[in-house]
Every structure is written in C-alpha cells, then in structure tokens.
Design a binder for this molecule. Structure first.
Ligand code: SF4
Length: 321
C-alpha cells in the first residue's frame, strides 16, 4: 500500500497537493488529447450506443474537440495552460473515448508522438480506458514509458454493481475490472479508478460500499469521484427528458462525500470530487456555479464538518457485491 500523502489544507488527499509535492512546487497541468479513438461499446465490438450516460463530446472542452492533430492539440493546450494558469509542466491526457482501443503498435505511435512534443516539460502520461481494453501487451507498452514519465492508467469502474452496469449499457462487468486489476497487481503504472454516484436505483448504503471495494486493491493509487450528470446526446438524456428523476443537489452530494471520504483508504489520492460538463451540453443537475465555486463549496463544507479521509477506514479483505 502506498504512503499517505500530505493533506495540505484539505480534508482529503487532494491531487493538486500531491502534484505540488511530487514536482517540487511546479505548476503541473493536464493537456487533453483527442486521438480519434472510438469505443468498443459504440462500434458493436462489445455493444452499440455506448454507456447510457455518455456523450463523448462532454469529455472535452469545446476548444480541444475541434483541433485536428495531436501536435496542434498539445501545443495549443500547453499554450493555453501557460497563458491562463502559468503552467510549468504537463501531463498528456488521452481522455475521450477508449484510449487503448487499437493495436499496440498503433498506440505506441500515438503515445510516442504526443510525448515527443516539448518532452522536457512533460512529466506524465495519463490514459483513460475501459477495463476490458487492457491486456499484458498494452500494460508492457505503457510501463515502457515509466522510466521517463509518470504513467497513470485510468479505468472506468463507474459502479461496483453488475445490475447497474447492465442498466447503463456498460457492456463490461465488475469482474472484468477485477481481472484487469489482477494483471496490474505489481505494475509500475499509477492506477486510477473512475466512479459515478447517483444512479437513481442505488441507495446511499450501496454507494458507500464503493469505498470498501476500491480500498481492497492496493494497486489503486488515484480515484476520480463523479456525480451522475445528464448530458445532451446521451441515451440517459433522452430518457430524462421523458421521465425526469432525482439527481444530487450540490448540498446532498457534498453530504454524501462527507460520509464517503472517511471510508476511503488514507493513502488514496483523490483526483476529482465531481464532474462538470460544458454548460451547453449539460441537462442536469445544473448547480449554477463555476467549477472553482463548486470545488470551494465542497472543500469548505468538508472542512467545517471536520471530515478526514480514512478516519473510518476498515480494511475488509473481500466484500461481496
Ligand atoms: S463512457 Fe467510455 S466506455 Fe462508455 S460509451 Fe462512453 S467512451 Fe465508451
């Protein structure tokens, strides 16, 4: 299990504090790359139509969706981050769709190209994918970069319940995630798990159990927590229009996090506490705040409530979902 990270001023291991410590105070930013991948849950290989909450356009800001080449996306992404945030170092983030869904030699070509652009300023590579699109050969390819960069492999878990995965047309079971995690037991990659809270049929108790499930895999280093939001162009969006259902308010979601975070293993680093699609794509819930305002509301509330990550952590070797 990893070493606990300095919490800085927050109630939890925040990714920002982790990056500052790891890169000696340098300002590190992710640059999103859309390499034109598709997804096996869209092209028929595993399923059609995609996960019911997914509109792939909601992954990326408007600007990066229209940029044609990897080089242009990275150069312009770096330029924006330098101009707007005084960024000094970069993590190249292959985000939209399934970024290991191609033959390994083709992946190598794409990753090599991306990492050749201002390599002196790149500290990391981050790859978003599905658990069923990773195998030993792809793991070896990603590990081959770890002598020069930190490599973060982000796996979509979404829910720990197969019943939910079926309902959202995920075309991937929880067991497939477990199998992939067992391939990654002693990996040099930093494993990140992405999860979604707020499917209307899951109770709070069911969602709190995600923490127990994540905790039992020591190879997981990062988590991205996300409330369910409904975006235009998704199947769930069409259903929501016909029959709206209850979604988290900011207050309720924060209260949920206040119960969830204490159950999380103390060494896990939280990359994200919520998601926010572009407002032109977002149907609901619209909390009417900027990203920084949401972050600040959550952080302040957690701090006021005296929340401490890991304070209720109990290691359970196996849980049955
Ligand atoms: S969420 Fe990911 S796996 Fe699901 S359809 Fe969208 S890109 Fe594919």
């Amino acid at each position: 299990m990893g070493t606990p990270v300095d919490f800085g001023y927050k109630s939890y291991n925040a990714y920002g504090a982790y990056l500052r410590k790891k890169y000696q105070g340098k300002r590190v930013f992710k640059v999103i790359v859309d390499a034109g991948f598709t997804c096996p849950n869209r092209d028929g290989n595993k399923g059609y139509g995609g996960c019911s909450y997914c509109n792939v356009d909601s992954f990326t800001p408007e600007l990066s969706r229209k940029l044609p080449t990897i080089r242009e996306q990275i150069e312009q992404g770096m330029e924006r981050a330098i101009k707007n945030y005084a960024a000094e170092r970069f993590i190249i983030y292959f985000q939209p769709n399934t970024n290991t869904y191609a033959p390994t030699h083709y992946l190598k070509m794409l990753y090599d190209e991306a990492l050749s652009i201002q390599p002196e300023n790149i500290v990391g590579l981050s790859i978003g994918t599905r658990p069923d699109c990773i195998d030993a050969e792809k793991i070896a390819l990603l590990e081959s970069y770890t002598h020069r960069f930190d490599v973060d492999l982000e796996l979509g878990m979404e829910s720990i319940y197969d019943e939910t995965l079926l309902k959202i047309n995920r075309s991937c079971t929880h067991q497939e995630l477990e199998q992939t995690l067992s391939l990654l037991q002693s990996t040099k990659l930093d494993i990140c798990i992405h999860s979604i809270f707020g499917f209307p049929w899951e109770t709070k108790e069911m969602m709190l159990r995600y923490a127990d499930e994540i905790n039992r895999f020591p190879q997981i280093k990062f988590v991205k927590l996300h409330h369910l939001h409904i975006v235009k162009g998704s199947i769930m969006g069409a259903k929501y229009h016909r029959e709206p259902f209850e979604l988290f308010t900011l207050e309720k979601y924060t209260n949920f996090l206040a119960e969830f975070i204490p159950r999380l293993r103390p060494d896990l680093v939280i990359q994200r506490l919520f998601g926010l699609a572009d407002y032109d794509l977002l149907i609901a819930p619209n909390w009417g705040l900027k990203k920084s305002e949401i972050q600040s509301y959550i952080d302040k509330t957690l701090e006021q409530q005296g929340i401490v990550q890991g304070s209720e952590f109990v290691m359970s070797p196996t849980i049955s979902v």
